[in-house]
Design a protein around this ligand. Sequence first.
Ligand code: AMP
Length: 301
Amino acid sequence: MQVVRTPGSARAIARTLPRPVGFVPTMGALHEGHLALVDRAKAENASTVASIFVNPLQFGVGEDFARYPRGFERDAELLSSHGVDLLYAPAPERMYPPGFASALDVGSLGARIEGERRPGHFAGVATVVVKLLHAIEPTSLYLGQKDAQQTAVIRAATRDLDMATNIVVAPTVREADGLALSSRNGYLGTEERAAAPSLYRAVRAVADAVLGGERDPRKARSAGLDLLEPPLRWDYLEIVDPLAFAPLDPLTRPAVVVAVAFAGSTRLLDNVTIPGADGIDPILTPLRLRPLAAAVLPARP
Ligand code: AMP
């Protein structure tokens, strides 16, 4: 596995790789969720590229940028043992040199739900992903369903900017007790870890209520609100449409149940998708395989 640290060297080497090229961007602190994306990219492409970059642009003031877990040697060994051909680990000063001033505006989609709690987060995500895509020029980009709104933002940004990359979204990898794997799970204390699977149970219960025909979002949410176990506390539990991430009232399908719970200052994020009547999963199914009406982005204000 080759390791490169600048956009120029990443592009030069990526261009020599046999195509198709699959690309998995990460912030490191790798777990089985990341590695499932790598394995999928490896299975579907002639070459596989991964990146590790803890992107300062997507962290807000007071968030965990400084203490975000970092372990480059272990991560690099894991990626190499999973057959990654090229690892791009840009130096922060090469990504954002003095005078860096250009960034993406991701519109109302990026301002809702997670974006409302984390202003500027999705603009930071979209900006770094577009920079990484320009450096690697992959055939396909591999993302996790775990960050469902992020997949919607990146799909919208890459389409708006006429980028040719396919977007592949893989299902959330979970612990046996249902907790979605996350680099931030290591922040959890014993009691918080024991209560953490109740987030997934709550989200699942809301999704089941919608699947059972509930049309009133208040009633569907109440199927899950009480299931969260202390010391976890709700940040939000919402049922949204899968393209604009706007809350649905009355409920229609397809939909996504999105939730965040606080465990102390740690935010645990999860979601469950609800397919439309046609059975098409709104996050996992590539846009080009969805009916045309669902593939059209809602108008921006
Ligand atoms: P991160 O390192 O958190 O930026 O995540 C890198 C990629 O891995 C993103 O596309 C995430 O959605 C994905 N990912 C993170 N956790 C999981 C998980 N538990 N299952 C599947 N994909 C995941």
